[in-house]
Design a protein around this ligand. Structure first.
Ligand SMILES: C[S@@+](CC[C@H](N)C(=O)[O-])C[C@H]1O[C@@H](n2cnc3c(N)ncnc32)[C@H](O)[C@@H]1O
Length: 250
């Protein structure tokens, strides 16, 4: 009898083992980046990206989003505004916006919080850097890790770039409710640095949920920021409505 019970228990344990699903993280991860061409007005850019995102929690930055298309079209048409400026981009992903900007700006700091995204971002920066004096960032392009709301990381960036920035850029970075207040905290810290002339946050926003549409207006208000829609920037991108906002301290 005892032996039968033992056999039963053994069979149950085996059944439990059968129920365990073993899939390692690499099953959901794709880093088969493709060299891809983009055209924005008269500007052509070639860089590595995926054409569809990995099935993972936060690898949204591996693909180029509709907000980047909207912002890059605006930048290529208004490049004179950015001539010689210092720019920081938040949530850069593969870097298509910051890299375009480096053609007009004096300095562009591209940032992201995701380690895998930072790897492909750095690879794309290398692809676009002019190797002068063996310095891979001689073109004014640099990547830094920045998690919104992390004041240590923000302060480190400001120590490395003490003059602050003329523009903060963000393309398609308002899609997750929990990170929007932290995004605005970060923007406010960066806006406050520039004393001699006004710094502006240029946000290419693609509307996917009414709650987020309202949330960004409320967060701007809560942070004491002025938000205005840039005329002529409301367009359909990737079947959704996008618009560019200019957000400032006054
Ligand atoms: C939707 S993708 C947009 C990427 C790129 N700007 C574009 O338009 O193609 C959002 C980017 O923001 C980054 N991101 C998301 N949450 C973040 C956070 N809390 N701090 C910093 N970066 C974040 C992601 O890693 C990703 O690269």
């Amino acid at each position: 009898m005892e032996e039968i019970r033992n056999q039963e228990q053994h069979r149950h344990e085996e059944d439990d083992d059968d129920d365990t699903i073993s899939l390692d993280g690499s099953f959901f991860f794709n880093d088969n980046y493709q060299l891809t061409n983009f055209t924005f007005g008269s500007q052509e850019i070639q860089l590595f990206c995926l054409h569809a995102a990995s099935t993972d929690f936060d690898l949204t930055g591996q693909v180029v989003w509709p907000g980047a298309i909207l912002l890059n079209d605006y930048l290529s048409k208004n490049s004179e505004i950015f001539q010689g400026c210092a720019v920081i981009e938040l949530g850069s992903g593969v870097g298509v916006t910051g890299i375009l900007c480096s053609r007009f700006c004096q300095k562009v700091v591209l940032t992201d919080h995701n380690e895998e995204v930072l790897k492909i971002l750095k690879k794309n920066i290398e692809l676009h850097s002019v190797p002068e004096n063996n310095c891979p960032t001689s073109h004014g392009l640099v990547a830094e890790k920045l998690e919104w709301g992390n004041s240590d990381q923000i302060n480190e960036i400001l120590q490395n770039h003490p003059g602050g920035f003329d523009f903060i850029l963000g393309a398609d970075i308002c899609f997750q409710q929990s990170s929007i207040p932290l995004l605005f905290d970060t923007v406010k810290m960066l806006l406050l640095v520039k004393e001699d002339r006004e710094c502006k946050f240029i946000l290419a926003y693609v509307s996917r949920a009414k709650t987020i549409d309202m949330m960004i207006v409320n967060e701007a208000l809560k942070h004491g920021l002025q938000m205005k829609e840039l005329p002529g920037t409301r367009h359909i991108v990737g079947n959704l409505e996008g618009v560019i906002f200019e957000i400032t301290l006054h």
